[in-house]
Ligand binder design. Structure first.
Ligand SMILES: *Cc1c(COP(=O)(O)O)cnc(C)c1O
Length: 423
């Protein structure tokens, strides 16, 4: 069905989240569709960082226990504010580390090979860092990754069939590690169902939520997910290098972490300075060293908005925007050999649209030159992520019109078809 600019303007007018766009710093004459890679700065995030500096200025060392957000408890208090986004109890979430370092920690804790149960099942389409971490824990435990890491294949190179994952589950498997949403195609897995299937075989399950937290509701606690980890700089707009987060299900709290450090101590014991580690009885136990307060502070401002709105509303708008974007693409770009690589069904579609084209790298360069910020993923994917808090429907329309012009006039031919250093 044809969608007109007027339809877009109407949706923008009726959008109950429209005021939130004013909360963000949006560069003039640019359409930012890369919020799934690095979200934009909001005024509240900026304010939160400034007030953390203020707290250092005013309190010095006493900032650990004084001020509006005492640093000593900040990882846990941000965790509590993140809990509604992932459907967790507040003590199950802590803001700490990075996606990769948290995965290292969780693998070190939960990968306990015993007898013939030695394998870790992952998939061939996961982000490389996750796979590197899995290979490294296997080596540390003396198990050759070639034999003990099983990567579920993808038939089309884009998506993974859930049956193919379930087929690999057996009593030889210790852990199943999967992304909630695949970073290229945007496929969203049935987290509940896969977790239940794995549990039937006595397998623990860990989920990488990088591409879903802040875009999609989760119920990690109720689904019995064993652990999860994610970054906060994508949909959650915590800024470059923003500290990540982890979830450990209540049933595992109290377990001694694989990698121990003094910030994982029970708060009351930490400054006793004993050489015997007493882990916190919360997910705070999985911290290692002193929290990176300034890289955590922006998240405070950002989470305030997410909690005001509620993640269900964000998902509703996100699904509608990606649906509209796909319809515009299908209608306006049908002559130009684009292929929509993401699942189109709502239930299994993440937060971005994944467009495939053999000229993708240079189409992305042409888009940037024309004020649209997409992102390119090898070999031939253009990711377009409308972000519910700040992307307008009118911008989606303009994006597709600009893309149409680039294709009609072959403007991409002015660029080389190679990726940049960061892409
Ligand atoms: C973004 C992303 C990462 C990044 O890890 P960092 O440790 O934050 O650099 C890891 N895994 C996935 C699936 C991602 O999308």
């Amino acid at each position: 069905m044809e969608k007109t600019l007027n339809n877009m303007k109407q949706w923008d007018e009726q959008d109950s989240l429209k005021e939130y766009r004013n909360e963000f710093y949006i560069k003039d004459k640019t359409i930012y569709l890369d919020g799934n890679s690095l979200g934009l700065l909001s005024k509240r995030a900026e304010q939160a960082l400034l007030s953390m500096l203020e707290s250092w200025k005013n309190h010095g060392i006493d900032g650990w226990t004084s001020g509006d957000n005492p640093w000593f408890y900040f990882a846990e208090s941000l965790g509590a504010l993140s809990a509604p986004l992932v459907g967790a109890k507040k003590e199950e979430v802590t803001v700490t580390g990075s996606t990769t370092s948290n995965l290292h920690q969780l693998l070190a804790t939960f990968y306990e090979p015993k007898g013939k149960r030695t394998k870790i099942v992952a998939d061939v389409l996961n982000f490389p860092s996750d796979i590197y971490a899995i290979q490294s824990i296997l080596k540390l435990k003396g198990n050759d990754p070639k034999e003990h890491l099983v990567q579920v294949d993808s038939e089309d190179g884009r998506n993974i069939r859930e049956e193919d994952i379930i087929k690999e589950l057996s009593d030889e498997v210790a852990l199943l590690i999967l992304p909630t949403v695949l970073y290229r195609s945007g496929q969203l897995f049935d987290i509940k169902k896969i977790t239940e299937e794995a549990h039937k075989h006595g397998i623990l399950v860990g989920w990488d939520g990088c591409h879903s937290v802040g875009a999609i509701p989760h119920h990690f606690h109720d689904w019995g997910v064993d652990f999860a980890y994610w970054c906060n700089y994508k949909y959650l707009n915590a800024g470059p290098g923003g500290v990540g987060a982890l979830f450990v299900h209540e049933k595992h709290l109290g377990k001694t972490p694989g990698l121990t450090g003094w910030f994982g101590s029970q708060k009351e014991k930490q400054f006793d300075m004993e050489h015997t580690f007493t882990p916190a009885q919360t997910s705070g136990a999985f911290q290692i060293g002193t929290p990176h307060i300034f890289s955590m502070a922006p998240l405070l401002g950002s989470l305030e908005m997410f909690n005001e709105i509620g993640i269900e509303k964000i998902r509703e708008k996100s699904l509608h925007q990606t649906r509209i974007l796909m319809e515009l693409i299908e209608h306006e770009l049908k002559d130009f050999h684009f292929n929509i690589a993401n699942p189109t069904e709502d239930k299994i579609r993440g937060g971005h649209v994944s467009l495939e084209h053999e000229e993708a790298a240079r189409i992305c360069k042409a888009l940037k030159e024309h004020g649209v910020i997409p992102d390119f993923r090898k070999p031939s994917i253009i990711r377009l992520a409308p972000v519910a808090l700040y992307t307008t429907y009118e911008e989606l329309y303009e994006t597709v019109m600009i893309l149409k012009k680039i294709m009609q006039e072959k403007l991409y031919e002015n660029y080389s078809n190679e990726r940049g250093v960061v892409a």
